[in-house]
Design a protein around this ligand. Structure first.
Ligand SMILES: [Zn+2]
Length: 203
């Protein structure tokens, strides 16, 4: 378990990487810390899964070195749960940690309750000082309750091994290389229209 000083220093590092003081980061540091404590040493590479795209993924990247770029971190935004799993890539042994709404008391920690239920004041959503104050309040509330609002479970991650290296082939339509998923995947997803995120337009 991180010491109080280590915890605060790490939270500051993630705030700066994230470029915003988001309260979820502070809670996320405790989540990664708990997951690591329960998991213990790993035989292979430590890998991670974030079940939301929100700040948790940045906490994981700073605290564990599992990044999107080195592919040790997988983000599953469609799940949308405030949860993460750290696991051993060699055997799939993992620990999932999440914030348990049943343990977040609306009376004792009202701002944190509203944060997790997305019911903070409309002012907070606008940003500015209301948002900063809300963040400070949530951190203060979390300092009182700490890990007690978190839950953990031991799991085995399915498909825990190293992801396959797909072959890079030249797309007959655009002439760029793309990663080919299977023999039937004859052109890149942009040219097939499956995954178009921009329109070519001079500006
Ligand atoms: Zn193409």
């Amino acid at each position: 378990m991180l010491s109080k000083e280590e915890f605060e220093a790490l939270a500051e590092r993630v705030f700066s990487f994230h470029t915003k003081r988001a309260p979820g980061i502070y809670i996320g540091v405790a989540m990664v810390d708990l997951a690591r404590d329960v998991l213990g040493p790993v035989k292979g590479k430590l890998n991670a899964i974030a079940e939301t795209q929100a700040c948790l993924s940045d906490v994981i990247q700073i605290m564990t070195g599992c990044t999107v770029g080195n592919r040790y971190l997988r983000v599953m935004p469609a799940l949308g749960r405030y949860a993460l799993t750290l696991f051993d890539r060699e055997d799939g042994r993992g620990v999932r940690v999440w914030a348990d709404p049943a343990k977040i008391d609306a009376g004792k920690t009202p701002e944190m309750y509203n944060f997790f239920h997305r019911t903070r004041d409309a002012d907070v959503e606008k940003g500015g000082s209301a948002r900063e104050l809300s963040c400070i309040k949530i951190i203060e509330e979390f300092r009182i309750v700490g890990r007690s609002i978190l839950d953990s479970q031991k799991v085995f991650v399915i498909n825990h091994g190293k992801p396959p290296m797909l072959p890079a082939v030249v797309c007959p339509s655009c002439g760029e290389t793309y990663l080919q998923r299977c023999e039937m995947h004859k052109q890149c997803d942009f040219c097939s229209g499956e995954n178009v995120y921009f329109k070519a337009q001079c500006w």
